[in-house]
Design a protein around this ligand. Structure first.
Ligand code: NAD
Length: 350
């Protein structure tokens, strides 16, 4: 991967995008939307950018569609519409569209250029930046994928106006994570916010992206430092995978699952990486303030812990965690004794 991440901000960036697409002389331009971004974002995008689009490709919204079946349909659509190696794909949507669209672009004819235009908070501060593209394998998250940066990411907070409060909170969890792993001042600012709304969050998007890009530029392929971005994700992904399979239980969004993961892993950190108990309590109280408590039964826990063996950070069968030594100071590759998991869930529930 090139050691460069191109990000532009604000509505004026769309004029730049138009010029860039023109100067690159793409043979055809495709835009990928899901069923919601087609309704809420496509017209606005086309009016900002005023480019001639070859075709708009559509996928059904939702994590359950981030799979090979959707990819196959999109590869066929591209092929049918005459896409060649000099075509470009613009992903207009949340993390599902940018992850899957990026993967489709990276694999179509061994790779065509793609652009990300994130339309959810989560995709702005996290998913669309850093080059991780991919799809799920059954309920197992992000098992198949490629790391490659988009040509450019365009971040424009106006999209957040049509986003639900739950989706905003889902993205906010990743912003809190950036504070916890890298910037205590940022954490303190975010945790004391009284309201999560597009207006209140707009100013904090850029600093969050800055924390992520700093890490990714230093370690694009996750050999070491980049692992810190997985704080909360070891248990969080297992929880997200578990709830994806539970149709009778309430739906859990990515950030909501990661929020639970961060509380659980903060407890583990008090035993395994020296995080102070008061810091763990501060973290738990912050997440309690912003997120409703999920009732994870003892039976659920067993299934969640079974899913841990699929975590991509595992090496030779060992489950490796990213934990905190203190707020702003992560520790990677920490092994955790299994007997602590039950207590971590009790801490979350308390
Ligand atoms: P999402 O893409 O499913 O979007 C959430 C919902 O909001 C969807 O229903 C979508 O259609 C809708 N939506 C999108 N933009 C909208 C808008 N402006 N107005 C109204 N509705 C809109 O999910 P997400 O939370 O954006 O992203 C989650 C995904 O991101 C997960 O698959 C996760 O694994 C992935 N992710 C990837 C990375 C990475 O580094 N690649 C990092 C974090 C998360």
């Amino acid at each position: 991967m090139e050691n460069q991440i191109n990000i532009s901000y604000g509505t004026s960036a769309f004029l730049g995008l138009k010029e860039e697409l023109t100067s690159k002389q793409y043979s055809s331009i495709f835009v990928l939307v899901d069923s919601n971004t087609k309704d809420h974002c496509l017209d606005r995008f086309l009016s900002f950018c005023s480019i001639e689009v070859t075709a708009v490709l559509k996928m059904a919204a939702g994590e359950e569609n981030k799979n090979l079946t959707t990819c196959q349909k999109l590869w066929e659509d591209l092929s049918f519409q005459g896409a060649d190696r000099n075509s470009v794909l613009i992903n207009l949507g949340g993390g599902v569209v940018t992850d899957l669209g990026g993967f489709v672009a990276c694999t179509f004819k061994r790779g065509i250029d793609f652009y990300n235009i994130p339309t959810t908070l989560l995709a702005m501060v996290d998913a669309s930046v850093g080059g991780k593209t991919g799809i799920d394998l059954g309920a197992l998250k992000n098992q198949i994928g490629i790391i490659r940066e988009p040509q450019r990411v365009i971040v424009e907070s106006g999209w957040l106006e049509t986003l639900s409060q739950e989706e905003l909170k889902s993205g906010f969890a990743e912003m809190l994570k950036h504070g916890l792993i890298a910037n205590p001042d940022y954490w303190n600012t975010l945790r004391t916010l009284v309201e999560i709304s597009p207006e209140k969050l707009t100013d904090y998007i850029k600093p969050s992206i800055a924390e992520k890009t700093k890490v990714v530029l230093e370690d694009p392929y996750e050999k070491g430092l980049r692992k810190i971005l997985n704080f909360g994700h070891t248990l969080g992904h297992a929880i997200e995978s578990f709830y994806l399979t539970q149709t009778e239980k309430p739906r859990l969004l990515h950030g909501e699952a990661i929020a639970i993961g961060m509380v659980l892993e903060s407890y583990l950190a008090t035993h395994c990486s020296g995080l102070g108990k008061s810091a763990a309590v501060e973290i738990k109280e912050t997440f309690d303030k912003f997120y409703s408590k999920v009732n994870i039964t003892t039976e659920d826990r067993v299934s969640i812990l079974n899913l841990l063996r699929h975590d991509k950070k595992n090496k030779a069968g060992r489950i490796n965690f990213v934990l905190l030594k203190a707020i702003g100071e992560p520790d990677i590759d920490v092994e955790v004794p299994q007997e602590l998991f039950g207590k971590a869930f009790e801490f979350y529930r308390s």
